[in-house]
Write a new protein. Structure first.
Length: 105
């Protein structure tokens, strides 16, 4: 399955896989999408079909890049697999909770 990154109103949508096999190819398009996004970015992962720890690392990287550029990245929608993996890794709060002022992620 092909992984697609697209800008949508108010955010970014990822469709397909976010795994060790696709992380390298989608890293730069995701970082570029962050640069072009509004101050409050909703990340739509409702069409992500597979997520592994490489995909989780990528999500944390783009969140850090968003915060570094003065933007806030939050999970707007997620597939069941995304919710399960992020919960299992203990990372769901990093993408659903707003950042605390002064705290770096």
């Amino acid at each position: 399955m092909t992984t697609r990154i697209e800008s949508i109103s108010g955010g970014i949508r990822v469709t397909g896989e976010m795994t060790v096999y696709t992380a390298g190819q989608i890293k730069e398009p995701l970082l570029d999408a962050i640069t072009d996004a509004p101050a409050n970015i909703q990340l739509d992962l409702s069409e992500v079909s597979e997520l592994d720890t490489a995909g989780v690392q990528l999500l944390l990287l783009i969140r850090r890049a968003a915060l570094a550029s003065g933007r806030n990245l939050q999970l707007g929608a997620e597939s069941a697999i995304v919710r399960d993996v992020l919960t299992l890794c203990g990372a769901i709060g990093l993408l659903t909770d707003p950042p605390i002022a002064g705290r770096r992620s």
